[in-house]
Design a protein around this ligand. Structure first.
Ligand code: FA5
Length: 340
């Protein structure tokens, strides 16, 4: 009996310490001090003891009852005080479990831009920031696209009232870097570009490009393809199919395009909105730098050759994560953004 009384005391006091509010406290009272509570149950066992023992254990039980009632009152006063403070807004509970409100994070395009930059840095490229507004010469003229040249129609352009251009591509930085280049030059230029065109699942009016610019002796198309492939392998960390086909850009010769297999439909859906049912997504234009572009920038075209590419970062990220519509990036939809 003595052991049972000691065990009950320990258990009851521990349970009391766990009570967090007045409701829990009332429940505790019922369980231990109530009419059908633990203390009452144990008292019934007194009947079976001889008189001497009954007296002894009865005193112990009485002491325990007093102890628990005192502890209960103390706890009740404490909890009432706590609830009063909580109601008056002064509440600050140092013992409450930690609450860490959901934090913001970098936009998926920024995360992936940094990820891609890291890869290029490891490959020996330096990183440059592109301008967002530039002049006609840098966006077109220096790239072998003089005024009135029909190739200007390749880029639906926003002009400012002062005749400046919201850059249509990061190639607008090529001339500046080539002019200062002390070959070998290995540069990647990152920036936002703007196109006055209708949007759809893979076209936005505002997009990010990453331009690769390489200048050295004896540079060939193989160097371009090998470098680009190495980057893609590192970026995707899974096998991707790469298609290379001829293309036209006035500032490269020859000109090519890089396409990857559509990660959305797996090249199986003729009605896929992302790839237009073609099974391939165009990632980049590229080629060997046109000798005229080199000459304009003061580079000895007999001695040096170079390659350049310009890929759309948005499309690259779409293919990495299986994002089916480019317009998700700028919608500001938290359900989308919180996934990254
Ligand atoms: C160009 O912008 C050239 N400056 C690329 C280049 C650089 C060629 C260096 C040769 C040498 P293009 O307009 O095709 O090319 O765009 C390149 C890539 O940007 C596209 O393959 C695509 O990935 C992305 N892109 C272009 N327009 C859009 C758009 N409206 N929305 C999203 N991504 C786009």
């Amino acid at each position: 009996m003595a052991e049972a009384i000691a065990a009950l005391q320990e258990e009851a006091l521990k349970a009391l310490a766990r009570a967090q509010d007045l409701n829990q406290l009332q429940l505790w009272h019922q369980v231990y001090l109530g009419k059908k509570g633990a203390l009452k149950k144990i008292s019934r066992r007194l009947r079976n003891l001889d008189p001497e023992q009954r007296r002894e254990q009865g005193i112990k039980l009485n002491n325990l009852k007093q102890k628990l009632e005192q502890a209960y009152e103390k706890k009740e006063a404490e909890l009432k005080k706590r609830e009063k403070r909580r109601a008056s807004g002064e509440w600050f509970d140092l013992t409450a479990p930690g609450y860490w409100p959901r934090q913001g994070h970098l936009h998926p395009l920024t995360q992936m831009r940094q990820y891609a930059e890291d890869i290029f840095l490891r490959m020996g490229f330096e990183i440059h920031e592109a301008r967002e507004v530039d002049d006609d010469f840098h966006n077109f003229g220096a790239l072998n696209i003089p005024p009135q040249h029909p190739a200007r129609d390749l880029w639906d352009t926003f002009w400012t009232e002062q005749g400046l251009v919201l850059v249509t591509h990061t190639s607008s930085m090529q001339h500046r870097l080539l002019k200062q280049a002390q070959p070998p030059l290995r540069a990647v230029i990152v920036g936002r570009c703007f196109r006055h065109e209708a949007t759809d699942a893979r076209h936005e009016h505002t997009l990010y490009q990453m331009e690769g610019l390489y200048l050295d002796k004896k540079v060939t198309l193989t160097d371009l393809i090998g470098t680009f492939k190495t980057f893609l392998q590192e970026f995707f960390q899974r096998p991707v199919q790469l298609k290379i086909q001829p293309s036209y850009f006035p500032f490269v010769e020859p000109g090519i395009e890089f396409l990857v297999d559509c990660a959305i439909c797996g090249q199986k859906d003729k009605s896929c909105r992302t790839c237009g049912g073609k099974g391939w997504i165009e990632l980049a234009g590229a080629g060997l730098i046109h000798p005229q572009v080199l000459t304009q920038a003061g580079v000895d075209r007999e001695k040096y050759q170079g390659f350049a590419w310009g890929f759309g970062l948005d499309r690259l990220v779409m293919m990495k994560y299986g994002i089916e519509d480019i317009r998700h990036f700028h919608r500001g939809d938290l359900a989308f953004l919180h996934q990254f």
